[in-house]
Design a protein around this ligand. Structure first.
Ligand SMILES: [Zn+2]
Ligand SMILES: [Zn+2]
Length: 278
């Protein structure tokens, strides 16, 4: 069967442009069968996405994406089928979001020292109550006329290592994997190409999969990652890292060619662990 899924998306609960309900409706209109909502450091959009998808053809997988540090560089951990109402996870994520907001504020300060004067309250307004991320700063820069669009803002100022960039405060990768496991979820390493050296040790900690299919990965990258996943007995997942229809830097919703057999396998593991009813 050739159903389609997108297992990596962001809503306004973090730095995406669509509200969780809009995202779920958009997924239905694009003919997707499975949509995982994986906001940065937040599960606050999950309930709304689940409610919105009720009675539609889309199955919403509760998820989250955590930035973490490894000895080989920054890594992102996706958590699938987490209990989005888990109190401990909610508290931990709340602390991460405060740290993210402080980081956003530092970035605004750094930019004004460089002559790009932004108002922090405007950045918060653009974030609309979600946790502040670089796309919000990029939109404020665009509004103020300093750059031509969000991509231009990233390229010139706030890309990793750019003059206005401030790193997100780090969470150890082992901790990120633990947080997902303790909230009953399945930890999967997002866009893992640059940090494959960390994968064997993470597998021992409970990592269950690799995001093999990702917007921007070449066929050679995908087959390399698929072989690695096979050798380590890991599941294969995939997603676009969708942030909104107007965000050019990311692939379109559901456009990453994740073979359905891998989605089936993920759902099967979720059923075995009683994270998903039949
Ligand atoms: Zn990521
Ligand atoms: Zn992402």
């Amino acid at each position: 069967m050739s159903h389609r899924a997108d297992l990596h998306t962001h809503s306004t609960a973090s730095d995406g442009q669509l509200a969780p309900a809009e995202l779920a409706r958009y997924a239905a209109s694009e003919g997707l069968r499975v949509l995982a909502l994986t906001d940065h450091d937040s599960t606050e959009g999950v309930g709304e996405a689940l409610r919105s998808a009720q009675g539609s053809s889309v199955v919403v997988v509760p998820g989250v994406e955590l930035n973490a540090q490894t000895e080989h560089g920054e890594a992102h951990v996706l958590g699938y089928f987490i209990d989005h109402e888990d109190r401990k996870l909610a508290r931990r994520l709340g602390e991460r979001r405060s740290a993210r907001d402080r980081r956003g504020e530092l970035m605004v300060r750094r930019l004004s020292r460089l002559g790009y004067c932004l108002s922090w309250s405007r950045v918060l307004e653009i974030a609309g109550g979600g946790s502040v991320g670089r796309p919000h700063v990029a939109r404020a820069l665009t509004e103020a006329g300093y750059v031509s669009d969000v991509d231009d803002a990233f390229r010139r100022l706030i890309r990793r290592g750019g003059p206005g960039y401030v790193p997100t405060p780090s969470l150890d990768i082992a901790e990120a994997v633990q947080w997902v496991l303790q909230a009953g979820g399945l930890p999967v390493l997002a866009h893992p190409l640059q940090i494959m050296q960390s994968v064997p040790s993470l597998t021992k900690l409970g990592l269950v999969g690799l995001e093999v299919y990702y917007g921007g990965y070449s066929a050679a990258d995908v087959s390399f990652l698929a072989r690695q996943a096979g050798a380590l007995g890991l599941l294969q997942t995939g997603g676009s890292d969708f942030h909104g229809p107007a965000v050019l830097a990311t692939a379109g919703l559901g456009t990453v060619p994740l073979p359905w057999e891998h989605v089936d396998r993920l759902l099967e593991v979720a059923r075995q662990r009683r994270l998903l009813s039949a």
